[in-house]
Design a protein around this ligand. Sequence first.
Ligand code: SF4
Length: 320
Amino acid sequence: MTDTPQTTLQKLCHTLQLSETAVQALNIDPNSPFPLKVPAEFLAQIQPNQPNDPLLQQILPLQIEHQTAEGFNQDPVNDLTFNPTPSLIHKYQGRVLLIASPKCDVHCRYCFRRHFPYSEHANTRHWQKALDYIAQDHSIHEVILSGGDPMSLSEKSLVQLIKEIEAIPHIKTLRIHSRTPVVSPSKAPTQALIAWAKQTRLNKVLVIHCNHANELSHQTEQLFSLYKSVGFHLLNQSVLLKNINDQVKILEALSHKLFDQGVLPYYLNQLDRVQGATHFEVDTHTAKLLHNQLRTRLPGYLLPKLVQDLVNKPYKTPLI
Ligand code: SF4
C-alpha cells in the first residue's frame, strides 16, 4: 500500500469551507512535530463549515497541545518498561503486542503513542527476534498486531508476518488493532488477508478504533461485512474524548451504529495521559457518571467496558 497523500492545512480548510475567522479561532499549530495527517475518506465524513465537528477535532493540530499538566508524559502506559526485544511489548500474561508498523493513515491528536520511539522499534528487521521470543515462551497464546497501524504495512508484508506467527504452534489467536478500516476503508488490506483468513487455524479478532458514529459509512459497513464473512470477530474500542464523544446520546448512537455494522463495542478507554492531549481528558468522576447513564440506555451486549490502562497493573483496569 502506498502512503496517504498528505492533506495540507490549507487544503483541509478549503475542502471543509472553513472561513478565515473560524480557522483563526481554532488556534491551529501548523508546525506541530506530530503533523496533520488525514485520509480523504475520513475528511469526507467531516461536516463542512463546522469548526467543532467531532471528527475534525480529532485530527487538527492545535496550539493547546503545548499545554502541560502533572501526570501527562511521553510514555503514559509504560510501554517501554515491558519491551523484551525491539518491536515487542509483553505486558500482560498470555499475550504480546507487536509494533508492526510505525505509520498510520491518520494522526489522532490524542494518540498515546504519539511520542513513541518508532525508529528504534518498528522495523521489519526486528521481526525475527520478536518471533523467536514468542516461539520460546509457551505461555503466549495470542499475538496482537499494533503500531502505528499494522494495516499501513503492505498487504504482502502483513500477510507474511501473520503466516510466521501462525507457524508458532502455541499461538491460538491473532488480534489486529487498526484504525485503517474506519478512516480509509478502501485502503484496508483485503485480498491476501481474506485468502489467508479463509484457511487459517487461528482465531481472528479485528479491533477497529472508532470514537463517533459519524466515522462509520456505507464503505465501512461493506468492509466489516467482508471481514466477518471470513471469520473475523469484530470489536470496537473508543477513547472517551472531551467535546467529541463525552455525551450519553453520542456514545449510545455509536454503540447502535457499530452493531448495525456488525461490530460489538468492547472498551471505552479513559484517555491515556499522553503529553499533548490534556484538553481531551474527561475526569474520572464524569466518565463514571456518563457510563452509568449509558448503562440505563443500552442492552448489556452494547455497553462497552469503561477501562483505564494504569501503569503497573497486569490488565486493563475497569473503572466501574
Ligand atoms: S491510528 Fe492509533 S496509533 Fe495511529 S495515530 Fe491514531 S491512535 Fe495513534
